[in-house]
Write a protein that binds this ligand. Structure first.
Ligand code: BES
Ligand code: MN
Ligand code: MN
Length: 459
């Protein structure tokens, strides 16, 4: 790949950005998260958006910028996040997570940048700043732009929610544009038309009031870890359906036509299994793998701990055991209700001899967007122009809880133009983002603005 001078500069800046460990979940990095916000502010200003500010919140700051051309033009609000997931487990990275390097892979023969946040979402968000710079430079900017880049997406966007609720006028816009999702393959773009909701719980099972000798007491009292495992195993049945009463009550089944439509972009199962090193897929009976990971709700244990996990062996019955359990939800499921149902059910299946505590961490609603809108068409045509292939609409399995919140509070839909691949290892060790994807994004985004402004004036 031969880079232009501009591309070289964009790449350098992006790699510079990736050196900042803006991990929102860990208070150890609070200063770095702030530095991330400052970096974004300065990048926006350098790109040509002088009206940019850092808005402090009780948590991490929000970066807001606007470039308003003319009130008769449509306004696009760009949303993204500069915070990243923790790098753990750090020992599984081939190169340090905050020292970005370019390496080639089979999927990325032109190279990919390896670093935490390279794709999710620093790389994808930065494409928008550079696309804006390009449009300003060649005089093609056809819409008003507002940027709202937050630092708490990976921890639930709580403070952004409050900011949106109290700044509706400032954030008024016609469409929200986001690159924080993926696409099917390098030669097959897709537009994400749905996101799942989420309900994230933590449970603690307490047995005896102290850790006990497992010989003196074992067999005569409840072991909180054994109990936790037994309880977790009751949360799904043999068909991998969630057993919590009421869990599926509000789930809307897709019509046969919609499911047939999904089948048109089938998942290559062999490739899917190979890419993550498994020899068999699993999931809810009666659904395809693609359906299981997008249009169906799920329940998964994210972490489980307790007892002795140090070197060697220790004979002990622990006093406590813990697990983090999350449920991905689909449209029409209310995450508050689901959290309550989980809590009630989990407590109801606790045996005598233990005490159970259930806590809700955070959650969010699912999201769907229609494809008959001007904004969807503008995105569709943008991909068609730059990839030479029509993008496929596709429901995604991940969650961006702020997206349904934007719809509720601002009454505005979001267009999810993601350029990442599932294999980019977001949230995992060795996260990376392809140079092809990065530059294709910078090329495709301006086409969206052009097409959207054009369609805006048509009835
Ligand atoms: N960008 C992801 C969400 C995503 C990735 C959606 C790929 C679709 C395709 C986002 O940063 C994320 O990780 N969201 C969290 C939820 C949040 C509340 C922590 C998630 O989905 O686990
Ligand atoms: Mn993200
Ligand atoms: Mn993420």
């Amino acid at each position: 790949m031969n880079f232009t001078e501009d591309q070289k500069r964009f790449l350098e800046q992006w790699m510079d950005f990736l050196k900042i460990p803006s991990v929102s979940a860990d208070p150890k990095y609070t200063k770095d998260v702030k530095a991330g916000a400052e970096w974004v502010k300065s990048a926006l200003q350098k790109a040509g958006c002088p009206q940019t500010e850092i808005i402090p919140t009780p948590g991490h700051p929000i970066v807001y910028g606007e470039y308003l051309l003319d009130s008769s033009l449509p306004t696009v609000l760009v949303y993204g996040h500069y915070d990243v997931q923790p790098a753990d487990p750090i020992e599984l990275w081939d190169s340090p997570p905050f020292e970005p390097v370019i390496k080639t892979t089979q999927i990325h023969p032109d190279g990919a940048v390896f670093a935490r946040g390279s794709c999710d979402d620093k790389g994808q968000m930065f494409m928008h700043i550079k696309a804006f710079e390009v449009m300003l430079e060649n005089g093609s900017l056809a819409c008003n732009i507002k940027f709202m880049i937050e630092g708490e997406e990976e921890v639930g966007s709580d403070n952004l929610e409050d900011f949106v609720k109290s700044n509706k006028e400032k954030l008024a816009c016609d469409i929200i544009l986001i690159s924080d999702t993926g696409m099917i393959a390098q030669d097959q773009p897709s537009i994400t038309t749905g996101l799942r909701g989420l309900s994230y719980m933590e449970v603690t099972v307490t047995g005896p009031n102290r850790d006990l000798h497992s010989g003196l007491y074992g067999g005569s009292v409840q072991n909180p870890i054994n109990v936790l495992c037994e309880m977790i195993s009751q949360l799904r049945d043999i068909d991998k359906k969630v057993t919590i009463p009421g869990f599926y009550d509000n789930v809307i089944e897709l019509s046969k036509k919609e499911r047939d439509e999904m089948e048109k972009a089938p998942l290559d199962l062999e490739e899917f299994k190979g890419s993550i090193g498994i020899d068999a897929v699993a999931g809810e009976k009666g659904y395809t793998s693609e359906e299981r990971r997008s249009i169906r709700p799920t329940l998964d244990v994210n972490g489980i701990w307790g007892g002795y996990i140090g070197e060697g062996a220790k004979t002990v019955i622990p006093s406590k055991s813990h697990a983090k359990i999350s449920m991905r939800l689909v449209p029409n499921q209310d995450w508050h209700e689901i959290s309550k149902q989980f809590s009630d059910y989990f407590k109801s299946i606790a045996p005598d001899g233990v005490k159970v505590d259930v806590k809700t961490h955070h959650g969010g609603y699912a999201y769907v967007t229609p494809i008959e809108t001007k904004s969807y068409k503008a995105a569709h045509n943008a991909y068609l122009e730059t990839f030479g292939v029509a993008p496929i609409p596709k429901r995604g399995g991940g969650s961006i809880p702020i997206v349904p919140m934007f719809e509720k509070e601002l009454g505005v839909k979001s267009i999810l133009m993601g350029f990442g691949l599932d294999s980019d290892a977001i949230h995992s060790p060795n996260e990376h983002y392809g140079l092809f994807n990065f530059f294709k994004g910078i090329e495709t985004i301006p086409k969206f603005y052009k097409n959207y402004a054009k369609l805006w004036n048509q009835d």
